[in-house]
Design a protein around this ligand. Sequence first.
Ligand code: HEM
Length: 452
Amino acid sequence: KTRNTTGFFAAPEQELLCIFGTGDFGRSLGQRLLQSGYRVVYGSRRPHSCGPLPQGAQVMSHTAAAAQSASLVFVCIHREHYDFLETLAPELKGKVLVDVSNNLKKNLYPEANAEYLQRLIPGAHVVKAFNTLSAWALQNGPSDASRQVYLCGNSAEAKEAVSEVATKLGLTVLDRGSLTAARELEDFPLQLFPEWRLPLRLAASLAAAFFFYLLIRDVVYAYAEEGKDISFRIMVSLANKVFPIVSLIMLALCYLPGVIAAFLQLYRGTKYKRFPDWLDRWMLCRKQLGLLALAFASLHVLYTLIIPIRYYVRFKIAESTISKNKTSVFDTTLAWRADSYYSMGILGYALYVLLGITSLPSVSNALSWREFSFIQSKLGYLTLFFCTLHTYLYGGSRFLSPSTYKWYTPPGYILSLVVPSVVLVLKLLIILPCVDRTLTRIRRGWERTDPE
Ligand code: HEM
């Protein structure tokens, strides 16, 4: 506290920063800079009619603002209007120019905006930064996701100066290297759920393929062979086949890359060789695959819940009660089988939900790696096992009955069992003690040396 008297805590001279452009982003940035203790001067095409600006900021023409002593200039202008900056080259010489711009589409221009700016004003030090933040995030105070500022530039000192400002605004800086990385940074905000694209495409293709397959097998077959119109089944019966089938296949596809990777390591006898790109990409979208599969399983559960209140089902029950009018013999085996397959479905679904919940970042961040991998791997295989068993038990003795192979095509659920069965068998092989021992050694860095 005594330092107060020696001037340690005296208010420092407030640094002046310049912002070109008085749009939403420029205004929000200015406000944050003012709140963080900087002085701000705006450069504007129309300094007298540029709308409300944050209190405490000055506004003047670009030339006048550039001529101020500010060493850091934020260029909050769209790229289309950059060319006039060339005339300011003498005033901007030696200054740090922060390019915050984004484009509407990828590959709109031959070079990145920041590289273009550097070409226009070679005497300045251009740093690409702040473009992944929105005006909204700046105004509302950054949340976790929008706290990161990516930057790149050719001058280390210029980057240092920009990092200092960003850190003062409460942001985390991630240096992405030289200005050649600008294009990559400019593409970031244009990405629309990139990691969901592949799983969504896969889900849509599987759903469409099974829908048409089952439509032909059920509805078209009944019409062509028996002259019956059962098209009403599209709404519930068909949907309640397509959704669980796609769900089961996608759940199995979450675990297939893991077993493929294990076999690849066993085959190569080392963990130090890179996996093929397709396998890497597949592994990276397992979470999204799993969450989509969970969504489809939830639809199956909801559709199953309404089976007893369906008009068709109630009609069938009433009809058989009236027409038979006699008690049939209770079949214990059938009761066991029906109850078992419901039970497996319920257990499978409960674990499925647990997997979904623990894959959410807020939950997985609270778990240790061991806890996370226990749930996602061990309980994950158990989920796949329950769901597969549910489907096997549902098929039951009908598997081998020729009458289910309409037009020589197998029922949908038999097709849905192929991938899960393969995954479970391969996993079973991997956990055999002798295989497991070798795999564990490989994963701890041991390498098989080929006898040559
Ligand atoms: C079929 C119930 C969860 C996969 C069925 C059927 C029922 C049922 C009643 C027969 C549907 C019909 O007759 O058309 C349940 C219940 C569940 C559950 C009560 C949990 C609350 C799951 C889960 C999966 C799954 C988590 C895994 C993805 C399947 C499959 C079929 C099926 C593949 C065969 C679809 C077909 O081709 O007819 N389930 N299920 N089920 N279920 Fe589930």
